[in-house]
Design a protein around this ligand. Structure first.
Ligand code: ADP
Length: 432
């Protein structure tokens, strides 16, 4: 069977978030790290190609996205989904508008939607305005984002600044009236030469009503929320089989380079409940005393007793102190390189179940472990599933949970390993 849905995501943890929603809808999904060099040899319903195209130059983002599109079409994708952040992260130069334009051009379509709504994560679109939690996008923390500050919550205006196509709106009254009303509105917008329509959605019910109206659209552009309603268009229903992974075994570990609030809480909770934890000091790393080796020796002694945690996670004051001594970029690079070595060392000593906390940290670990694609499994917490992957370092299968900074409940680490044990019917317990 050839591919049903081909997805292009503008960053890696966003790709996993989308894949997770498709799996919840019943699709079997693989996420690739970049555009694969060869055709896929696995029978799946959807592929999510994870790019790093959110904040690079628009021209580069377009080139990467068109390469992904070519690969997905070659794999037989019947519909294409361009996934961006639910806070619509972009600048007046792009990249959402230029990438959407290029994909529409390549697919020969004159109409698509744009909808970052994800009600489950409190991202709502109402009258074309994006709300984050209880406030407008422009009043949220996103207004101060270092690269993509979002100072206007009106998405029709934001997108119009990024594209020469006319941008319109399908508002909540239409969405509320259901799929036929949405289809009529789309016909009217097209007659009015609108190329891209922002869609209101303030509940999962809205997304469910939107789904059927997208059935014949060659291209859908959205956050991860809209994906919840798409598998049904292909006659696919939710099933636990979609998230089936090979059985897990081997040692268990957590590597954390995320300093986000949620991760800090998870590290504290792990330590509070008696977990074995080793803090890596970024300043010692800079002094070349090779604390990575010390950390790995420490872990080797403890692996048999349960998951071990190695972390650089720290409070903002400590991070600022390190950054002021080493420089912001340099500190990030040193820590990422060290944690990637930690991940590799752990796998070399038999770890096969690993949680990595932090988007950039995860990217560095995937590269170090030589991983090119992930099969998406069961959800641990919203936005974070277990995945399995072939790693040449493991010379076999690894189970990985890649957690972006602010995702997950305080007991995420313990929950992750107990879910994997439950899925495997006990096969993955301890040093199996
Ligand atoms: P998140 O998903 O929470 O943003 P990331 O891994 O994407 O996490 O980003 C965290 C960044 O902070 C990485 O570049 C990492 O190397 C860096 N970092 C982690 N710990 C420290 C620390 N103690 N001091 C300075 N920088 C750190």
């Amino acid at each position: 069977m050839s591919l049903l849905l081909g997805c292009i995501a503008d960053d890696s943890t966003g790709a996993t978030d989308l894949a997770n929603n498709l799996v919840r809808g019943g699709m079997r999904v693989v996420q690739t790290i970049g555009v694969p060099a060869a055709p896929l040899d696995e029978d799946v319903d959807a592929v999510v190609v994870a790019l790093k195209s959110r904040t690079c130059a628009a021209k580069e983002a377009v080139a990467q996205s068109l390469a992904a599109l070519a690969w997905l079409r070659n794999a037989g994708a019947k519909q294409v989904y361009f996934k961006y952040c639910s806070t619509f992260d972009s600048t007046p130069r792009g990249n959402i508008g230029p990438v959407t334009d290029a994909l529409m051009g390549a697919l020969g379509t004159d109409f698509t939607i744009a909808c970052p709504a994800f009600p489950e994560n409190k991202r709502l679109v109402f009258k074309g305005y994006l709300f984050v939690g209880d406030v407008l996008l422009s009043e949220s923390g996103m207004r101060n984002h270092p690269i993509t500050p979002m100072t206007d919550a009106n998405l029709v205006r934001v997108l119009q600044a990024q594209t020469s196509r006319k941008v319109g709106l399908i508002d909540y009254t239409v969405v509320d009236a259901g799929p036929s009303a949405i289809a009529r509105r789309i016909a009217d917008l097209r007659a009015d030469r609108v190329g891209i329509a922002i869609v209101d959605a303030i509940s999962d019910g809205d997304l469910a009503r939107l789904g059927p109206a997208l059935r014949d659209m060659p291209l859908v552009t959205a956050g991860s929320g809209v994906a919840i309603a798409l598998p049904a268009n292909f006659g696919i229903e939710p099933t636990p089989r979609a998230s089936h992974l090979p059985p897990a075994s081997g040692g268990a570990a957590i590597v954390s380079g995320s300093c986000s609030t949620a991760t800090r809480g998870q590290v504290s909770e792990f330590v509070r409940t008696g977990g074995a934890a080793f803090p890596l000091d970024p300043l010692a790393l800079a002094e070349r005393r090779d604390p990575v080796r010390v950390a790995l020796d420490w872990a080797r002694e403890r692996l048999r007793e349960g998951p071990v945690l190695i972390y650089t996670t720290a409070v903002p004051e400590a991070v600022s102190e390190v950054q002021s001594r080493l420089g912001v970029q340099e500190a990030g690079d040193i820590v990422e390189r060290a944690l990637a070595r930690v991940a590799r060392g752990l796998v070399e000593m038999g770890v096969r179940r690993m949680v990595v906390a932090g988007g950039e940290t995860s990217g560095a670990a995937l590269r170090e472990l030589g991983i090119e694609r992930l099969r998406i499994g069961p959800q641990i917490d919203p936005g974070v599933p277990w995945c399995s992957a072939f790693s040449p370092i493991a010379q076999g299968v690894l189970h990985l949970a890649l957690k972006s900074g602010n995702f997950g409940a305080p007991d995420f680490f313990a929950k992750a390993f107990s879910l994997l044990r439950a899925e495997a019917g006990g096969a993955g317990s301890r040093h199996g």
